[in-house]
Design a binder for this molecule. Structure first.
Ligand code: BG6
Length: 479
């Protein structure tokens, strides 16, 4: 028993978190360019435009835009078979509502994809990864506005046409379900470029935006297949399974209802219709989603080819009668540990997640994010001894293999998040490090930007070389 031949081992990033060059090559500002630095447990600020003197970590990020050749060579050194990144919408359409794309932006991704192919690395590309043009957020209210469908579809078609012979695997919207938590304005801003207005029904606004995104995603799938029938176009879900806190029957229902809040986003995109539980919920809460007559047909015809998902953690919930919407309240799970940011580390949860998705949808799956943020520094011998990362990946890959080899899950690939240190999406920190490659830069933006392989670099290289067979945590590093 082994992982299939041709399994896509790689890593994943997003344009705004590593490219930098935020206003270079005709690029316009995106929502990520008005977000400041937060801290563990502290969300990032969103400023009204770009304010002199504020620290905007995405403006420079790790300057991948100018250093991508060096970085792709380093990733190739680990034997990457694929590399997931996003196309910054604002490099192609700086404001988002132009009719003609920006050639310099298109050329950048041509060169980047060519560089990957030089090393036999398959590009895996997200179209919208938390980097909506700021102009669309400011002038149109982001995805609360139906006109976004037209802008997104134009962007998607330009990318599909231009890279039809270079990119096979696409995703429409990154972690589209993050916005389900309407308490955080930050999540809706990054997902949909919209900020809630005082007193409005956030739940309704969120589902309205999601509806437009579902239609846009389905049109992209339909149009993409016309451009190249071999395209594999997926949805992308943040998948954090929720366990019931106990064997009490009401805790099962609370966990089930919590899961529905995630499933609904995958159900629509994979099954092509709104599930009955959400229609009932909308009825109960008087939620009125505006739909054009053709929308449901488009959603039905534009179902995705595969499911891409991120897996970082699991949650636990217990029944809470006072929570009229979801019946549960989050509870600490005593069986799992967490990192410095409180993200629970649960390798078995990955096997569980893979099984849940396989059984529910019977579609090919791709893990397009998984990883651990750690505080790290160079030690006396000049090496970054990130044994905690090796431990994390060894345990997660072990469970991933069980899902494939024992449970029969169809898995296309595995892309750990941030194979090179980059800006955290949630906190804007550089010092929440995910990489196999260290980047010399701190939270204040200071550092030389020099790159350096960590101990885990050599470890993951061997994992890829052996197609996941050698997961021993011992590894020699060059001196
Ligand atoms: C996912 C996102 O939410 O998790 C990434 O798709 C993000 O963009 C990753 O970077 C890790 O989260 P964070 O907040 O630690 O960067």
């Amino acid at each position: 028993m082994a992982l299939p031949k041709g399994f896509l081992w790689g890593g994943a990033v997003a344009a705004h978190q590593l490219e930098g060059a935020w206003n270079v090559g005709g690029k316009g500002p995106s929502v990520a360019d008005v977000m400041t630095v937060g801290a563990p447990g502290v969300e990032r600020g969103i400023t009204d435009g770009i304010i002199e003197g504020e620290n905007y970590p995405n403006h420079e990020a790790i300057d991948f835009y100018h250093r991508y050749k060096e970085d792709i060579a380093l990733l190739a050194g680990m034997g990457f078979k694929c590399f997931r990144t996003s196309i910054a919408w604002t490099r192609i359409f700086p404001n988002g509502d132009e009719l003609e794309p920006n050639e310099e932006g298109l050329k950048f991704y041509d060169d980047l994809f060519d560089e990957m192919h030089k090393y036999g690395m398959e590009p895996v590309v997200t179209l919208s990864h938390f980097e909506i043009p700021l102009h669309l957020a400011n002038e149109y209210g982001g995805w609360r506005n139906r006109k976004m469908i037209e802008f997104f579809v134009r962007f998607a078609k330009v990318c599909f046409e231009r890279y039809k012979d270079k990119v096979k695997y696409w995703m429409t919207f990154n972690e589209i379900n993050n916005q389900r938590n309407t308490e955080s304005p930050f999540l809706t801003f990054t997902n949909s470029g919209l900020l809630y207005k005082e007193g409005e029904d956030r739940y309704q606004v969120m589902y309205q935006a999601a509806h437009y995104e579902f239609v846009a995603s389905a049109i992209a799938v339909i149009e993409g297949h016309k451009i190249n029938p071999d395209f594999q176009i997926g949805c992308m879900i943040a998948f954090c399974p929720t366990y019931p806190a106990s064997a009490a029957p009401q805790d099962q229902i609370a966990a089930l209802k919590e899961m529905d809040r995630t499933y609904v986003f995958a159900d629509v995109q994979c099954r092509g219709h709104y599930p009955s539980y959400i229609l009932k919920e909308w009825e109960r809460f008087g939620t009125d989603i505006r739909m054009e007559p053709e929308d449901l047909k488009i959603i039905q015809e534009g179902t995705v080819d595969y499911i891409a998902f991120s897996y970082y953690m699991t949650f636990t919930t217990e029944y809470d009668e006072s929570n009229v919407r979801h019946l549960g309240r989050e509870k600490k799970n005593p069986f799992v540990k967490a990192n410095d940011w409180g993200w629970q580390i649960d390798p078995i949860g990955l096997r569980y997640a893979l099984n849940l998705l396989q059984e529910r949808y019977e579609l090919p799956l791709m893990i397009v994010e998984n990883g651990i943020g750690l505080h790290e520094h160079e030690e006396a011998d000049g090496m970054i001894h990130d044994d905690a990362r090796i431990e994390y990946f060894a345990n997660h890959i072990t469970e991933m293999k069980k899902a494939v080899e024992l449970d029969g899950v169809t898995l296309i690939g595995y892309c750990p998040w941030g194979p090179i240190d980059l800006v955290s999406a949630g906190t804007g920190e550089m010092e929440k490090r995910y990489g196999f490659i260290y980047v010399d830069k701190n939270n204040k933006g200071e550092g030389t930007l020099a790159r350096k392989p960590k101990k885990s670099y050599y470890w993951y290289k061997r994992v890829i070389e052996t197609n996941g067979e050698n997961l021993s945590k011992e590894i020699d590093v060059p001196v």
